[in-house]
Design a protein around this ligand. Sequence first.
Ligand SMILES: Cc1cc2nc3c(=O)[nH]c(=O)nc-3n(C[C@H](O)[C@H](O)[C@H](O)COP(=O)(O)O)c2cc1C
Length: 202
Amino acid sequence: MPDLEHLKHAPADLGLNDLIASRWSPRVYTDKPVSNEDLKKIFTAASWAASSSNEQPWRFIIGHKGDDTYNKIFDCLVEFNQSWAKSAPVLILTLAKTTFTKDGSPNNAWALHDTGAASANMCLQAIALGIHTHGMAGFDKDKVRTHFNLPAEYTEGAIWTLGYLGDPETLPKHLKKMELAPRTRKPLSELVFTEFGTPAKL
Ligand SMILES: Cc1cc2nc3c(=O)[nH]c(=O)nc-3n(C[C@H](O)[C@H](O)[C@H](O)COP(=O)(O)O)c2cc1C
């Protein structure tokens, strides 16, 4: 197998924390199941993310390969995502509660924001345990709502694969090419400003 970890990690000269440098989104997994102990740590890490008013609007629905929940989540994915996500031992659907529990007022502005933060924690705790994750927006939201009979105040976040890194040689050519492609990022000058559009001097 090519040295994917080396190829896909953020460059060492950026001096990033190892966890951040080593998280990336693969499209092939091994059959190895993920232990409940590790999953508990991963979701506990997610639950320790910051959130507006400490609402913790994130919810996770987890399916293990072979169970009904997995099959329902998998059925929501678009065909392209199904073509590679099928090797993942675990699928996770994230949801966000769009009302504050304390008074029922809208939390539309921050619910997905905070669910994203919890998802980032989930990914970093996973990689600390040698477990990879890959988020997907390519899924049918209506199917999610009906398959899981979602209450109105919950909105769909993303679907995630989770598992141990597999061998890219087993992938069809077009997916293998994506798997081996280098990762790129926008320069900070496009992202960090002093006034809108004026790059901060970093
Ligand atoms: C919310 C979200 C939605 C995404 N949707 C898809 C998707 O539908 N299919 C896919 O193959 N990758 C998807 N990705 C993966 C991104 O393409 C990937 O994170 C991005 O290219 C950066 O690569 P990295 O995660 O390896 O840093 C998604 C990622 C996130 C966070």
